[in-house]
Design a protein around this ligand. Structure first.
Ligand SMILES: NC(=O)c1ccc[n+]([C@@H]2O[C@H](COP(=O)([O-])OP(=O)(O)OC[C@H]3O[C@@H](n4cnc5c(N)ncnc54)[C@H](O)[C@@H]3O)[C@@H](O)[C@H]2O)c1
Length: 324
Protein backbone atom coordinates (compact mmCIF):
# COMPACT_ATOMS: atom_id res chain seq x y z
CA UNK A 1 0.00 0.00 0.00
CA UNK A 2 1.19 3.52 -0.79
CA UNK A 3 0.51 6.15 1.86
CA UNK A 4 -0.43 9.51 0.35
CA UNK A 5 1.27 12.57 1.87
CA UNK A 6 0.31 16.23 2.07
CA UNK A 7 3.10 18.70 2.80
CA UNK A 8 2.25 21.94 4.63
CA UNK A 9 5.06 24.48 4.33
CA UNK A 10 7.09 24.55 1.12
CA UNK A 11 10.18 26.13 2.66
CA UNK A 12 13.64 24.70 3.30
CA UNK A 13 12.60 21.73 5.41
CA UNK A 14 9.31 21.15 3.55
CA UNK A 15 11.38 20.71 0.38
CA UNK A 16 13.66 18.19 2.09
CA UNK A 17 10.67 16.14 3.27
CA UNK A 18 8.96 16.28 -0.13
CA UNK A 19 12.10 14.73 -1.59
CA UNK A 20 12.35 12.33 1.37
CA UNK A 21 8.78 10.99 1.15
CA UNK A 22 9.07 10.52 -2.61
CA UNK A 23 12.22 8.43 -2.18
CA UNK A 24 10.20 5.69 -0.44
CA UNK A 25 8.04 3.24 -2.38
CA UNK A 26 5.55 3.26 0.48
CA UNK A 27 4.86 7.02 0.39
CA UNK A 28 3.95 9.53 -2.31
CA UNK A 29 3.49 13.28 -1.95
CA UNK A 30 0.18 14.13 -3.64
CA UNK A 31 -0.44 17.70 -2.41
CA UNK A 32 1.54 20.72 -1.23
CA UNK A 33 0.31 23.75 0.69
CA UNK A 34 2.01 27.06 1.39
CA UNK A 35 0.71 30.59 1.93
CA UNK A 36 3.06 31.58 -0.88
CA UNK A 37 1.82 30.11 -4.20
CA UNK A 38 5.19 30.74 -5.82
CA UNK A 39 6.75 28.29 -3.36
CA UNK A 40 4.07 25.61 -3.79
CA UNK A 41 4.37 25.87 -7.56
CA UNK A 42 8.16 25.64 -7.49
CA UNK A 43 8.06 22.49 -5.34
CA UNK A 44 5.13 21.00 -7.26
CA UNK A 45 6.98 21.48 -10.57
CA UNK A 46 10.20 20.02 -9.22
CA UNK A 47 8.49 16.87 -7.89
CA UNK A 48 5.60 16.62 -10.42
CA UNK A 49 2.88 17.08 -7.80
CA UNK A 50 -0.56 17.82 -9.18
CA UNK A 51 -2.38 19.48 -6.29
CA UNK A 52 -1.37 22.76 -4.66
CA UNK A 53 -3.09 24.81 -1.97
CA UNK A 54 -2.64 28.09 -0.14
CA UNK A 55 -5.07 27.14 2.65
CA UNK A 56 -4.28 23.99 4.63
CA UNK A 57 -7.96 23.54 5.55
CA UNK A 58 -8.79 23.06 1.87
CA UNK A 59 -6.04 20.47 1.53
CA UNK A 60 -7.23 18.63 4.64
CA UNK A 61 -10.63 18.08 2.98
CA UNK A 62 -9.00 15.51 0.69
CA UNK A 63 -9.80 12.06 1.96
CA UNK A 64 -7.05 10.42 -0.10
CA UNK A 65 -4.33 11.93 2.16
CA UNK A 66 -3.03 9.64 4.93
CA UNK A 67 -0.05 11.63 6.28
CA UNK A 68 0.43 15.34 6.91
CA UNK A 69 3.91 16.77 7.33
CA UNK A 70 3.95 20.23 9.01
CA UNK A 71 7.02 22.30 8.13
CA UNK A 72 5.83 25.86 8.82
CA UNK A 73 7.14 28.39 11.40
CA UNK A 74 6.33 27.43 15.04
CA UNK A 75 3.58 30.07 15.41
CA UNK A 76 1.39 27.98 13.10
CA UNK A 77 2.21 24.49 14.40
CA UNK A 78 -0.63 24.22 16.92
CA UNK A 79 -3.56 25.28 14.73
CA UNK A 80 -2.44 23.27 11.70
CA UNK A 81 -1.68 20.24 13.86
CA UNK A 82 -5.11 20.34 15.56
CA UNK A 83 -6.87 20.74 12.19
CA UNK A 84 -4.90 17.82 10.78
CA UNK A 85 -5.74 15.52 13.70
CA UNK A 86 -9.39 16.56 13.46
CA UNK A 87 -9.41 15.46 9.84
CA UNK A 88 -8.10 12.04 10.91
CA UNK A 89 -4.63 12.25 9.30
CA UNK A 90 -1.39 10.93 10.75
CA UNK A 91 0.90 13.89 11.51
CA UNK A 92 4.63 14.51 11.58
CA UNK A 93 5.31 17.98 12.97
CA UNK A 94 8.49 20.02 13.05
CA UNK A 95 10.32 21.15 16.17
CA UNK A 96 10.02 23.16 18.33
CA UNK A 97 6.60 21.68 18.99
CA UNK A 98 4.88 25.07 19.29
CA UNK A 99 5.28 28.53 20.82
CA UNK A 100 5.18 27.26 24.41
CA UNK A 101 4.40 24.35 26.74
CA UNK A 102 0.66 25.11 26.93
CA UNK A 103 0.26 24.91 23.15
CA UNK A 104 2.36 21.75 22.99
CA UNK A 105 0.25 20.13 25.70
CA UNK A 106 -2.97 20.90 23.79
CA UNK A 107 -1.47 19.21 20.74
CA UNK A 108 -0.37 16.19 22.78
CA UNK A 109 -3.81 15.84 24.38
CA UNK A 110 -5.57 16.06 21.01
CA UNK A 111 -3.27 13.36 19.63
CA UNK A 112 -3.92 11.13 22.66
CA UNK A 113 -7.66 11.36 22.07
CA UNK A 114 -7.30 10.28 18.44
CA UNK A 115 -6.14 7.14 16.69
CA UNK A 116 -3.66 9.11 14.58
CA UNK A 117 0.07 8.37 14.57
CA UNK A 118 1.98 11.50 15.55
CA UNK A 119 5.65 12.37 15.98
CA UNK A 120 8.02 15.33 16.16
CA UNK A 121 11.09 15.76 13.96
CA UNK A 122 13.84 15.80 16.59
CA UNK A 123 16.63 14.45 14.42
CA UNK A 124 19.27 13.54 16.98
CA UNK A 125 17.31 10.34 17.76
CA UNK A 126 18.59 9.04 14.39
CA UNK A 127 22.09 10.51 14.40
CA UNK A 128 24.79 7.83 14.24
CA UNK A 129 27.31 10.00 16.09
CA UNK A 130 24.77 10.31 18.93
CA UNK A 131 24.33 6.52 18.91
CA UNK A 132 28.12 6.16 19.12
CA UNK A 133 28.20 8.68 21.97
CA UNK A 134 25.56 6.64 23.85
CA UNK A 135 27.76 3.55 23.49
CA UNK A 136 30.82 5.43 24.74
CA UNK A 137 28.88 6.64 27.79
CA UNK A 138 27.28 3.28 28.65
CA UNK A 139 30.52 1.32 28.16
CA UNK A 140 32.22 3.62 30.67
CA UNK A 141 34.71 4.70 28.00
CA UNK A 142 34.41 8.31 29.16
CA UNK A 143 34.44 7.32 32.84
CA UNK A 144 32.46 9.16 35.46
CA UNK A 145 31.13 12.32 33.86
CA UNK A 146 32.17 15.47 35.71
CA UNK A 147 30.55 18.21 33.63
CA UNK A 148 28.54 18.83 30.44
CA UNK A 149 28.92 21.95 28.38
CA UNK A 150 26.68 23.35 25.62
CA UNK A 151 28.35 26.01 23.49
CA UNK A 152 26.69 27.90 20.63
CA UNK A 153 28.18 30.63 18.46
CA UNK A 154 26.47 32.28 15.50
CA UNK A 155 28.40 35.00 13.66
CA UNK A 156 25.11 36.02 12.05
CA UNK A 157 21.53 35.20 12.97
CA UNK A 158 19.63 33.82 11.14
CA UNK A 159 22.35 31.69 9.59
CA UNK A 160 23.21 32.49 5.96
CA UNK A 161 21.34 29.45 4.53
CA UNK A 162 18.13 30.26 6.41
CA UNK A 163 17.48 33.97 5.78
CA UNK A 164 13.79 34.23 6.69
CA UNK A 165 12.27 36.95 8.87
CA UNK A 166 10.38 34.72 11.31
CA UNK A 167 13.71 33.46 12.67
CA UNK A 168 14.44 37.00 13.92
CA UNK A 169 11.20 37.16 15.91
CA UNK A 170 11.46 36.69 19.67
CA UNK A 171 8.14 34.86 19.88
CA UNK A 172 9.07 32.01 17.53
CA UNK A 173 12.59 32.45 16.17
CA UNK A 174 16.02 32.81 17.73
CA UNK A 175 18.83 30.31 18.18
CA UNK A 176 17.44 28.73 21.39
CA UNK A 177 14.26 27.54 19.70
CA UNK A 178 15.78 26.84 16.32
CA UNK A 179 19.04 25.12 17.32
CA UNK A 180 18.90 24.80 21.11
CA UNK A 181 15.73 22.67 20.98
CA UNK A 182 17.71 19.88 19.28
CA UNK A 183 20.43 20.03 21.93
CA UNK A 184 18.03 20.15 24.92
CA UNK A 185 16.40 17.05 23.47
CA UNK A 186 19.88 15.53 23.15
CA UNK A 187 20.67 16.28 26.80
CA UNK A 188 17.58 14.38 27.91
CA UNK A 189 18.19 11.54 25.42
CA UNK A 190 21.66 11.00 26.86
CA UNK A 191 21.32 12.02 30.49
CA UNK A 192 17.64 11.78 31.54
CA UNK A 193 15.44 14.44 33.07
CA UNK A 194 16.21 17.93 34.25
CA UNK A 195 15.96 18.75 37.95
CA UNK A 196 16.26 22.52 37.72
CA UNK A 197 17.82 25.24 35.62
CA UNK A 198 18.75 28.88 35.81
CA UNK A 199 19.68 31.26 33.00
CA UNK A 200 20.08 34.84 31.87
CA UNK A 201 19.01 35.79 28.35
CA UNK A 202 20.00 38.92 26.40
CA UNK A 203 18.09 40.11 23.34
CA UNK A 204 19.27 41.79 20.17
CA UNK A 205 16.43 44.35 20.26
CA UNK A 206 12.74 44.81 21.16
CA UNK A 207 10.72 41.76 20.02
CA UNK A 208 13.92 40.39 18.48
CA UNK A 209 15.77 37.10 18.93
CA UNK A 210 18.12 36.35 21.83
CA UNK A 211 21.80 36.88 21.11
CA UNK A 212 23.28 35.92 24.46
CA UNK A 213 22.46 33.20 26.99
CA UNK A 214 24.35 31.91 30.01
CA UNK A 215 22.87 29.20 32.15
CA UNK A 216 23.18 26.13 34.30
CA UNK A 217 21.08 23.03 33.76
CA UNK A 218 21.14 20.47 36.56
CA UNK A 219 19.99 16.97 35.67
CA UNK A 220 18.13 14.67 38.12
CA UNK A 221 21.28 12.52 38.16
CA UNK A 222 23.20 15.45 39.62
CA UNK A 223 25.14 16.10 36.42
CA UNK A 224 25.53 19.80 35.69
CA UNK A 225 25.53 21.30 32.18
CA UNK A 226 26.68 24.82 31.45
CA UNK A 227 24.99 26.74 28.65
CA UNK A 228 26.82 29.47 26.75
CA UNK A 229 25.28 31.04 23.62
CA UNK A 230 26.35 34.12 21.68
CA UNK A 231 25.00 35.32 18.35
CA UNK A 232 26.23 38.25 16.25
CA UNK A 233 29.86 37.84 17.30
CA UNK A 234 32.93 37.68 15.04
CA UNK A 235 33.59 34.03 15.88
CA UNK A 236 33.28 30.76 13.98
CA UNK A 237 29.88 29.11 14.04
CA UNK A 238 29.69 26.46 16.74
CA UNK A 239 27.08 24.03 18.08
CA UNK A 240 28.79 21.72 20.55
CA UNK A 241 27.99 19.42 23.44
CA UNK A 242 31.18 18.65 25.37
CA UNK A 243 31.28 15.79 27.85
CA UNK A 244 34.05 16.07 30.41
CA UNK A 245 34.69 12.60 31.85
CA UNK A 246 37.28 11.31 34.28
CA UNK A 247 38.80 9.14 31.55
CA UNK A 248 38.20 11.25 28.44
CA UNK A 249 36.74 14.53 27.18
CA UNK A 250 34.57 14.13 24.08
CA UNK A 251 32.68 16.68 22.00
CA UNK A 252 29.73 16.24 19.66
CA UNK A 253 29.92 19.12 17.22
CA UNK A 254 28.80 20.38 13.80
CA UNK A 255 25.65 18.20 14.06
CA UNK A 256 27.61 15.08 13.14
CA UNK A 257 31.17 14.86 14.42
CA UNK A 258 32.78 13.36 17.50
CA UNK A 259 36.15 14.66 18.67
CA UNK A 260 38.28 13.69 21.64
CA UNK A 261 40.71 15.87 23.55
CA UNK A 262 44.23 14.43 23.38
CA UNK A 263 46.69 14.59 26.25
CA UNK A 264 48.39 17.44 24.33
CA UNK A 265 45.17 19.46 24.56
CA UNK A 266 44.35 19.13 20.84
CA UNK A 267 40.90 18.11 19.54
CA UNK A 268 41.17 14.93 17.48
CA UNK A 269 38.32 13.93 15.16
CA UNK A 270 37.31 10.25 15.41
CA UNK A 271 33.73 9.66 14.18
CA UNK A 272 31.17 11.22 11.82
CA UNK A 273 27.48 10.56 11.22
CA UNK A 274 26.91 10.04 7.50
CA UNK A 275 23.28 9.01 7.83
CA UNK A 276 20.17 10.85 6.66
CA UNK A 277 17.87 11.65 9.58
CA UNK A 278 15.00 12.72 7.29
CA UNK A 279 14.96 9.28 5.68
CA UNK A 280 15.20 7.57 9.05
CA UNK A 281 12.23 9.39 10.54
CA UNK A 282 10.10 8.71 7.45
CA UNK A 283 11.05 5.01 7.67
CA UNK A 284 10.01 4.93 11.35
CA UNK A 285 6.78 6.79 10.57
CA UNK A 286 5.81 4.25 7.90
CA UNK A 287 6.53 1.40 10.33
CA UNK A 288 4.36 3.08 12.98
CA UNK A 289 1.41 3.45 10.58
CA UNK A 290 1.73 -0.22 9.70
CA UNK A 291 1.51 -1.09 13.39
CA UNK A 292 5.14 -2.25 13.46
CA UNK A 293 7.80 -1.46 16.08
CA UNK A 294 9.21 2.03 15.62
CA UNK A 295 11.48 4.59 17.19
CA UNK A 296 9.58 7.83 16.67
CA UNK A 297 10.06 10.77 19.01
CA UNK A 298 6.73 11.14 20.83
CA UNK A 299 4.95 14.49 21.16
CA UNK A 300 5.40 14.09 24.92
CA UNK A 301 9.16 14.38 24.41
CA UNK A 302 8.64 17.42 22.18
CA UNK A 303 6.56 18.99 24.95
CA UNK A 304 9.28 18.25 27.52
CA UNK A 305 11.89 19.85 25.26
CA UNK A 306 9.59 22.88 25.02
CA UNK A 307 9.37 23.04 28.83
CA UNK A 308 13.15 23.29 28.97
CA UNK A 309 13.09 26.06 26.34
CA UNK A 310 10.34 27.95 28.19
CA UNK A 311 12.27 27.67 31.47
CA UNK A 312 15.49 29.00 29.93
CA UNK A 313 13.60 31.91 28.38
CA UNK A 314 11.72 32.81 31.60
CA UNK A 315 14.29 32.05 34.35
CA UNK A 316 15.79 35.54 34.58
CA UNK A 317 18.52 34.26 36.88
CA UNK A 318 16.19 32.30 39.21
CA UNK A 319 16.11 28.51 39.55
CA UNK A 320 13.21 26.92 37.67
CA UNK A 321 12.34 23.49 39.10
CA UNK A 322 10.96 20.61 37.03
CA UNK A 323 8.42 18.10 38.35
CA UNK A 324 9.55 14.50 38.29
N1 LIG B 1 14.14 19.24 12.25
C1 LIG B 1 15.06 20.02 11.70
O1 LIG B 1 16.23 19.67 11.63
C2 LIG B 1 14.65 21.36 11.15
C3 LIG B 1 15.50 22.07 10.27
C4 LIG B 1 15.07 23.32 9.79
C5 LIG B 1 13.83 23.82 10.17
N2 LIG B 1 13.04 23.13 11.04
C6 LIG B 1 11.72 23.62 11.48
O2 LIG B 1 10.83 23.54 10.36
C7 LIG B 1 9.90 24.62 10.38
C8 LIG B 1 10.03 25.40 9.08
O3 LIG B 1 11.37 25.85 8.92
P1 LIG B 1 11.97 26.28 7.49
O4 LIG B 1 13.42 26.54 7.73
O5 LIG B 1 11.58 25.31 6.43
O6 LIG B 1 11.21 27.66 7.29
P2 LIG B 1 10.89 28.42 5.91
O7 LIG B 1 10.58 29.83 6.28
O8 LIG B 1 11.95 28.15 4.91
O9 LIG B 1 9.58 27.69 5.41
C9 LIG B 1 8.34 27.80 6.06
C10 LIG B 1 7.24 27.87 5.02
O10 LIG B 1 5.98 27.81 5.67
C11 LIG B 1 5.08 28.67 4.96
N3 LIG B 1 3.96 28.99 5.83
C12 LIG B 1 3.94 29.84 6.90
N4 LIG B 1 2.73 29.82 7.48
C13 LIG B 1 1.97 28.93 6.77
C14 LIG B 1 0.63 28.48 6.87
N5 LIG B 1 -0.19 28.92 7.82
N6 LIG B 1 0.19 27.59 5.95
C15 LIG B 1 0.99 27.13 4.97
N7 LIG B 1 2.27 27.53 4.83
C16 LIG B 1 2.75 28.41 5.71
C17 LIG B 1 5.94 29.86 4.57
O11 LIG B 1 5.37 30.59 3.49
C18 LIG B 1 7.26 29.17 4.20
O12 LIG B 1 7.33 28.85 2.83
C19 LIG B 1 10.24 25.41 11.66
O13 LIG B 1 9.46 24.94 12.73
C20 LIG B 1 11.71 25.08 11.91
O14 LIG B 1 12.07 25.22 13.25
C21 LIG B 1 13.43 21.90 11.51
Amino acid sequence: MTFKVGIIGAGIIGGAFTWGFNEFEETEVVAICDLDPWKTNALANEFHIEHTYTDHKEMLKRDDIDIIYIGVPPKHHKSIFLDSIKSGKHVLVEKPIALNYQEGKQMMDAAKNSSCITAIDLIFRYNLAVKKLKELISSDHIGTIRRLQLTFRFPIWPRDWQQVNWLKERIQGGPLREVGSHFFFLLTELFGSVKRLSSLVEYSGPDCYENGVVGTIEMESGLVCTLDLLADVPELQENTLTIHGEKETISFTDWSKLNRLTKDGVWEFFYEDKGNATQEIIREFIQAIRGEDHDLVALKTGVYTQQILDAIISSNGEWVYFNK
